[in-house]
Design a protein around this ligand. Structure first.
Ligand SMILES: Cc1ncc(COP(=O)(O)O)c(C=O)c1O
Length: 348
């Protein structure tokens, strides 16, 4: 009953096999092997245009270096107030880009476009004392398991573009969002105005595979240096490529995300039917936030269930009662129907 995070799950066997198959022999190092180039071409195929791809080790590195690549002195990146870049990366985006984050509110974990426009207006390009607007970042799927619709991405992109700002997408759970919306990778990104993407594989069945995808290769020249200076250029980069090769083979990445989302649906449906428990808000990816009695949370933990109790957002102080708690349950490619049933049984 492992619902603490999708990165608690192991690696999918087909990805492990692909890595093993690649492990013998010799190949050019530092991202120049045939396999690296084959997988980079695969990214271009998937996104239906030529893209520049940079493999990195973690989602935080992908976000930080992406944002570093679009910075300017005194620059400010706008993100949602609960964004991973603001809450969970220990200031890494600020550190790598020598820039600041400014948070923007919005319901359901999504940036409110009007609030974004108002916040950006406080940092005009000649605001030498306050700093100047430099970039906007959104998370897809969001930190609270919701997903921006295409129209919602359009609305944020319109504000970014009206202010001449590049738009970054944190896609640590890109595949989960994609299959939830049932759209193509191109439709969810550059066709909406996304300029740069953190493409996650680790949470969805890879061992350790993340990529920065830059949709205009002309804009990618500096990234070679930014990544190397951040010590993220792998000598044996082909092993990240091998993971992505297995990930993309026969649509495995989408199948794994569909499974993961399906397990979350099942979990949510079961929670809704459990006396005293309820979903905190509608989620359509692989994270379920539930409000359950504290006694049920303890009982589940005592029976070995792994999950996190989640802090109550300042914007929803009355979300839970005194004897209740908010928990986050994350499913993955490795979650089974039995895991879900056992967890629901714990809740009673
Ligand atoms: C929304 C989001 N972005 C990025 C990350 C990447 O984090 P890490 O640096 O741990 O790979 C995570 C991981 O939890 C995440 O949830």
């Amino acid at each position: 009953m492992f619902f603490a995070s999708d990165n608690w799950a192991g690696a999918h066997s087909k990805i492990a096999e692909r890595l093993l198959a690649e492990s013998g022999g010799f190949a050019t190092a530092y991202g120049l092997s045939d396999l690296d180039q084959k997988v980079e071409a695969k990214f271009s195929e998937i996104f239906e245009r030529e893209v520049a791809v940079f493999f990195v080790a973690t989602g935080s590195a992908a976000n930080s270096l992406s944002l570093a690549s679009v910075q300017k002195p005194g620059g400010i990146t706008f993100c949602h107030s609960e964004a991973h870049v603001a809450e969970d990366e220990c200031g890494s985006p600020d550190f790598f880009s020598s820039a600041r984050l400014a948070t923007v509110k919005g319901a359901a974990g999504k940036i409110d476009p009007q609030a974004l426009a108002a916040k950006i207006a406080r940092f005009p390009q000649d605001a030498v004392h306050h700093g100047r607007a430099a970039a906007v970042t959104i998370t897809q799927a969001t930190e609270i398991g919701t997903v921006y619709s295409l129209d919602e991405i359009d609305a944020v992109a319109a504000v970014a573009k009206a202010n001449g700002l590049p738009l970054h997408m944190d896609g640590a759970r890109f595949a989960n969002a994609l299959v939830a919306l049932g759209v193509s990778p191109a439709e969810m990104t550059w066709k909406r105005g996304v300029d740069i993407l953190s493409f996650g594989g680790t949470k969805n069945g890879c061992w350790c595979a993340e990529a920065i995808v830059i949709f205009d290769p002309e804009q990618a020249k500096e990234m070679h240096f930014i990544r190397k200076r951040a010590a993220q250029l792998f000598s044996k980069s082909r092993f990240i490529a091998a993971q992505f090769d297995g990930y993309f083979q026969d649509g495995l990445w989408l199948d794994l995300a569909r499974h993961s989302n399906g397990m979350a649906d099942r979990l949510r449906a079961g929670i809704e039917k459990t006396r005293g428990a309820r979903a905190a808000w509608p989620t359509i990816s692989n994270e379920v936030f539930a409000i359950i009695p504290k006694s049920a949370s303890k009982a589940a933990e005592d029976k070995g269930a792994k999950f996190y109790e989640w802090p109550i957002s300042e914007s929803q102080p009355d979300l839970v009662g005194d004897d209740e708690t908010l928990i986050r349950l994350v499913t993955s490619f490795a979650t089974t129907e039995a895991d879900v049933a056992n967890f629901l049984a714990c809740l009673g």
